[in-house]
Design a binder for this molecule. Structure first.
Ligand SMILES: Nc1ncnc2c1ncn2[C@@H]1O[C@H](COP(=O)(O)OP(=O)(O)O)[C@@H](O)[C@H]1O
Ligand SMILES: [Mg+2]
Length: 298
């Protein structure tokens, strides 16, 4: 019955090709509207200009790496996205919705869409891994069965199911960061903000953190801001992509020369302005001496 009905609809649709175009037009804006947009944002603290006319977009499913020296305003950008700070001028949009003038109450709904990964993992030391990851759901009085299901799903994503009953003190630095990521992913946010998630980690551990960000980007269509000053992070995020093989395992592959599948772009801040915006490859070939010094760690 249902399929016969479906056939009838298909016939009608075939007779009216405009219908298809209409459907496409309806679906399209959803992908075209950026997940995050800054338009000419200015912010000063005590006369000191921190952001001096910043404009950028994070497309859906894109990871935007923000590079810049310490004190350059990177965390400030993240706090503006979360509405914890307000710009002096300019506009900020989340999913096409202007949040610039939103108050705390309005921001509550917006923050539901956003997961936040802090520099040090920012775990509660007195709570177990389980309770750290469950934190947001406990606050929302979600049923215990569902909480447990979600916590296990998130810990599985970061490959730490075995640590569920451990206390943060028992974990290595890299594991703590991964728990921090699992906690940020509760509620399946479509936007995830990473503030120096690999600071102080050795390169192989930093790479596993980057691979989690890659998995979110390529397998979950998550949009991210990834703040870092570590060039190896940019290398991982810009050269690897995640796929699921036939057995359901996640694999990381290197981008071939001719493919352009990787949805990561880089911006670099200097003195409150964006001095570079583009791919990792273009960044490396930039003739700008400041950029060259930065990428070579000088
Ligand atoms: N609430 C504030 N009041 C005054 N100055 C601030 C405040 N927040 C940040 N700053 C200053 O703004 C600058 C940028 O900070 P931040 O965004 O944290 O830099 P980054 O994350 O790039 O290291 C720093 O010089 C910092 O001291
Ligand atoms: Mg910072």
């Amino acid at each position: 019955m249902v399929s016969a009905y479906r056939g009838e609809i298909d016939q009608i649709v075939e007779r009216i090709p405009e219908q298809r175009e209409l459907e496409d037009a309806v679906n399209e804006p959803d992908r075209v509207v950026p997940a995050i947009e800054f338009r000419n944002v200015h912010l000063a603290f005590d006369e000191k200009r921190i952001l001096d006319g910043i404009s950028f977009t994070v497309r859906r499913g894109e990871t935007k790496v923000i590079l810049g020296r310490s004190g350059g305003g990177k965390s400030t950008i993240i706090r503006l996205v979360l509405g914890l700070l307000k710009p002096d001028a300019g506009q900020i949009f989340i999913d096409g919705e202007e949040i610039t003038a939103y108050d705390e109450q309005d921001m509550m709904d917006v923050r539901q869409k956003i997961g936040m990964v802090f520099q040090e993992g920012a775990l509660f030391d007195s709570l177990s891994v389980y309770d750290n990851v469950a934190y947001r759901l406990n606050e929302q009085s979600v049923e215990e069965d569902e909480i447990e299901h979600e916590v296990r799903r998130m810990l599985q994503f970061v490959d730490l199911e075995d640590a569920i009953d451990k206390m943060p003190i028992e974990l290595s630095g890299g594991m703590r960061r991964r728990v921090g990521i699992a906690r940020a992913l509760i509620g399946d946010p479509q936007i995830v903000l990473f503030d120096e998630p690999t600071a102080g980690l050795d390169p192989p551990t930093a790479r596993t953190i980057c691979e989690l960000a890659i998995k979110l980007r390529d397998l979950q269509d998550v949009s991210s801001i990834f703040v870092t000053h570590e060039m190896n992070n940019v290398g991982y995020l810009s050269s690897e992509y995640a796929v699921v093989d036939e057995g359901g395992h996640v694999m990381f592959e290197k981008e071939g020369q001719t493919l352009c599948l990787i949805n990561t772009e880089v911006i670099m801040l200097r003195d409150g302005k964006i001095i570079f915006s583009g791919s990792d490859e273009t960044l490396h070939s930039s003739p700008d001496p400041y950029i060259q010094r930065f990428i070579h760690g000088k």
